[in-house]
Ligand binder design. Structure first.
Ligand code: DOR
Length: 443
């Protein structure tokens, strides 16, 4: 099957220009002006923009064990709709993915269910350093330095030193300091005010843990990625990246802050917690000046009934994969950032951080993971139209301009005009860790 996409404005590495793109046998076979070719399908994409598919390196898809909230079929269809062609999923499912056997069981599940490409992290515990040392077929090791949803936690210094010293896979962490969180919770006492979530998981909790993780990475000279940065101070810590450390922002830390609890309550309860409007601005600034490299969602669905319990029974987490690209395209339309920056943060940079083979750019020989977007399309997010199993969005009622209209995964179209093809199947993402990550591959 040969597909010829004609007349789109294509975001190529280093240049955005109108060219034709040929997809064949799952890869980008050719790129050039006015390509003449007998294709099985010719798509006139005049007026639209062609981007590499989004690589979302932080999602929680809940399967196995928590499939009343989400599962790989629902979540991957939500990805296809949102222009996400590869996801990297976190290990806090039930059971936690802490061994090669459990990792491979998840890969086998995804092979039969996921309409987009997939990869799975292995989770660190204080006892499984041997499993972490020998793990394969994974982007890297996830450490919960502070506890969040589930019971994965490593905050013992000796255990952390061993993980940073003895493993070679890329490391990443949820950085909120467990002791600081506990101390804040005790000081505040019993509370049912969700705004206290940001006083319990406060600035200090995030900064202390991120500083601790960076110190470990630098001393052990170990590649490290800071997930979901929520404070201005962490952005400052990332200014000295030592060409070892990368950092990431999530849409909720860009678009929501503590002022929004009054309107949205526990729906926007997240870990790390939301911080202030000044932190929102600092995170945007850090993305623009390169202290943060990646935008990913931390898609963490819970049912509406679970979220609507009174704080603190309400769980932390919100869904985002099907709207994250549109949220950013809307910002392009508002003039806050460029389309090329969005492609860097959401496609190229995460592919490089995790050594993904063939992902993140539109270039000859790369995988044909693509999303066609209509920057002029205006649409309102509605809970009842969400494909995620939890069926709600914190952005319900928000009108955005700039939406994905077609998505291809390895050359096969999986989303078109509002419809996902549920028969589409993604492929297991391939990691070539010898590449050395983001800093080793920077332009
Ligand atoms: O709020 C969160 N929810 N943050 C996390 O890091 C985990 C996630 C979840 O799995 O629910």
């Amino acid at each position: 099957m040969k597909t010829l996409i004609k007349n789109a404005t294509v975001v190529l590495p280093g240049e955005t220009t109108q060219v034709d793109v040929v997809l064949e046998r799952g890869t980008i076979a050719d790129i050039g002006p006015a390509i003449q070719l007998a294709a099985d399908e010719v798509i006139d994409a005049a007026g639209l923009h062609l981007l590499p598919g989004v690589v979302d390196d932080q999602v929680h898809f809940r399967e196995p064990g928590l499939t009343h909230k989400e599962d790989l079929s629902f979540a991957s269809r939500a990805c296809a709709k949102g222009g996400v062609t590869t996801f990297l999923e976190m290990p806090n499912t039930i059971p936690n993915v802490t061994t090669q056997r459990l990792l491979e069981e998840k890969l086998a599940l995804a092979a039969t269910k996921s309409v987009v490409n997939y990869g799975f992290y292995i989770g660190a515990t204080p006892e499984n350093v041997q499993d972490l040392k020998t793990a394969t077929r994974t982007p890297g090791i996830k450490i919960f330095l502070g506890s969040s949803t589930g019971d994965l936690l490593v905050d013992d210094q000796g255990a952390l030193e061993r993980i940073f010293a003895e493993t070679t896979l890329p490391l990443t962490a949820h950085c909120e300091d467990e002791l600081t969180v506990r101390r804040n919770r005790e000081r505040l006492g019993e509370t049912h005010d969700v705004a206290d979530h940001s006083r319990i998981r406060n600035h200090e909790a995030a900064v202390v843990a991120t500083r601790r993780a960076i110190d470990l990475a630098v001393r052990h000279q170990h590649r490290f990625h800071v997930l979901h940065v929520s404070t201005a101070d962490e952005c400052q810590l990332l200014a000295e990246n030592h060409r070892l450390i990368t950092g990431e922002a999530c849409p909720h830390h860009l678009f929501f802050n503590t002022d929004d609890y009054a309107r949205l309550g526990t729906l926007i309860q997240m870990n790390p917690s939301l911080k202030t409007a000044d932190d929102n601005r600092a995170i945007w600034k850090a993305l623009s000046d390169g202290r943060l490299q990646v935008i990913a969602t931390d898609h963490a669905p819970h049912t509406l009934a679970e979220k609507q319990q009174p704080y603190p029974e309400s769980p932390s987490g919100l869904p985002a994969v099907e709207n994250s690209l549109a949220l950013l395209l809307n910002e392009v339309n508002q003039g806050r950032c460029s389309l090329e920056q969005v492609v860097h943060w959401m496609c190229d940079a995460p592919a490089r951080v995790w050594d993904l083979v063939g992902k993140g750019r539109i270039a000859k020989g790369y995988d044909a993971d693509l999303v066609l977007v209509d920057l002029a399309k205006t649409q309102t997010i509605r809970n009842e139209q969400q494909l995620t199993k939890c069926g709600w969005s914190p952005w319900d009622g928000v009108e955005l301009t700039g939406w994905p209209v077609r998505t291809w995964v390895m050359g096969k179209e999986v989303f078109r005009e509002g419809e996902v093809d549920p028969t589409g199947r993604g492929h297991e993402a391939q990691f070539d860790h010898a590449r050395g990550g983001y800093w080793a591959t920077s332009d």
